[in-house]
Design a binder for this molecule. Structure first.
Ligand code: HEM
Length: 414
């Protein structure tokens, strides 16, 4: 049978953004793909062919060899048209390889060390209290994704960067547009290179001004560390400075809020697990959050490019070929996770989830994201006497960072 132009391959749950709108179906298909093998060739019109790696061990193996499998030149799945039409390329950590990557990562890494992140605990307590205040005033029905999960991580990032709360709406809009561009609800009109350039232009204008002010007067925040950062004794070039701001401002937002909303939905849909967690939050919270991360895998993938002929799981990979690392499917690998479609907060190896990636690019914000999730659920769950879905949740139809657009819940408080 002739393939329809642009039609996805039957095994393509990766590049087709519509498949990401129905996560139950996505999960079931991923599990079926595991039965066929750990690596799959995906050919779809409009995209360069790529190898989708879904096997947990193989994803780690690829990440363990960043010299052979580089992030550059294209670390995120994009159509040929997007790649060819791209106007401005702002290089951030995820676009970089050795030796630049390590040097730039060092400029901001201190701000994400456990001790530094631990200092944010009082701020997290405040934000969790704010979430509860919203639940109290909403009187029994709220969109948990919009009212709780979206604002929380964004306010944390603003606090680390040292930005005022008045900049909140602008950052919210821009991060959603950068990450959710394929989703019709979040677009600025058509998805096009011009639109992307416009979003990046807005970021540029905002952060150029910020750099100037922090260079004039340094304050104790991440924005000052970036503005005054040096590599090999020189201030960072403008585009790379922008890249660090953008990754710091965006990487921790939709990602963490997706895990929060997805975690809440999982608890609602598994009332036995919710009851268990409510009965012993101190003992179970750490593992429950790992299971929520395994379950939600908000960063769906990153790409690598093979720098030499090689093989993955016995499959030959040619130099220059594109490799898709499926964190979401790897978290459902039945060789690692027993009955992977079961949400189980006491799963004994939930911490083997690889939602934060692995190796030299391992998520800088992993510790922070975990603290945020633990803090929110530790505050909110004891107050929930009852909770159920009050409508259909809606998830973003994006191939990169995805999560909830809406999670309507009905609840009563103790
Ligand atoms: C649940 C929430 C989060 C998830 C699932 C997540 C996931 C990821 C993944 C998969 C990567 C790439 C890892 C790899 O290539 O091996 C990454 C990189 C990164 N993440 Fe996160 N992330 C989350 C939250 C955060 C937060 C809160 C921040 C900071 C505010 C953050 C900052 C970063 C940065 C800076 C990088 C680039 C690291 C590099 O390339 O060296 N992330 N994250």
């Amino acid at each position: 049978m002739k393939k329809r132009a642009g039609a996805p391959a039957p095994n393509d749950i990766f590049s087709d953004n519509h498949r990401w709108g129905d996560l139950d179906d996505w999960n079931r298909t991923a599990l079926a793909l595991h039965a066929e093998g750990g690596i799959h060739r995906i050919e779809r019109e409009g995209f360069r062919p790529f190898w989708a790696v879904i096997d947990h061990a193989a994803v780690l193996e690829v990440e363990r060899d960043p010299g052979l499998f580089t992030n550059g030149p294209e670390p995120v799945l994009a159509t040929n048209a997007q790649i060819e039409g791209r106007q401005a390329v702002i290089k951030s950590l995820i676009h970089m390889d050795a030796p630049d990557h390590g040097k730039y990562r060092k400029v901001i890494a201190d701000w994400f060390k456990p001790r530094t992140v631990g200092r944010l605990e009082p701020r997290l307590d405040e934000l969790s209290a704010k979430a509860i205040a919203k639940l109290e005033s909403a009187r029994g029905e709220i969109d948990f994704a919009v009212e709780v999960a979206l604002p929380y991580p964004l306010e944390v990032i603003l606090a680390i960067l040292g930005l005022p709360e008045s900049d909140y709406p602008r950052m919210l809009m821009l991060t959603q547009q950068l990450f959710g561009q394929e989703d019709p609800d979040l677009q600025r009109g058509e998805v096009s290179p011009e639109v992307q350039a416009q979003v990046i232009g807005d970021f540029n204008a905002y952060f150029s001004q910020l750099t100037a002010s922090r260079r004039a007067e340094s304050t104790d925040d991440l924005a000052s560390a970036i503005a005054n950062g040096e590599i090999d004794g020189r201030t960072l070039p403008d585009l790379e400075t922008m890249g660090l701001y953008i990754i710091a401002a965006t990487a921790g937002h939709d990602t963490t809020s997706s895990a929060m909303a997805g975690g809440m939905q999982a608890l609602i849909e598994h009332p036995d697990q919710l009851a268990k967690l409510q009965s012993a939050p101190d003992e179970l919270m750490v593992n429950a959050v790992e299971e929520m991360l395994r379950w939600t895998a908000p960063v769906r993938h990153f790409m690598r490019t093979a720098q030499a002929d090689t093989e993955i799981l016995g499959q030959e990979i040619a130099e220059g070929e594109w490799v898709y690392l499926s964190y979401k499917a790897a978290n459902l690998d039945p060789n690692v996770f027993d009955d992977p479609l079961r949400f189980d907060i006491e799963r004994d190896n939930a911490a083997r989830q690889i939602s934060f990636g692995y190796g030299v690019h391992f998520c800088l914000g992993a510790q922070l994201a975990r603290l945020e999730l633990r803090n929110l659920f530790a505050h909110v769950l004891p107050r929930l006497a009852t909770v159920e879905l009050a409508g259909d949740p809606a998830t973003m139809k994006t191939t990169f960072v995805g999560g909830h657009k809406s999670l309507p819940i009905r609840y009563s408080l103790t």
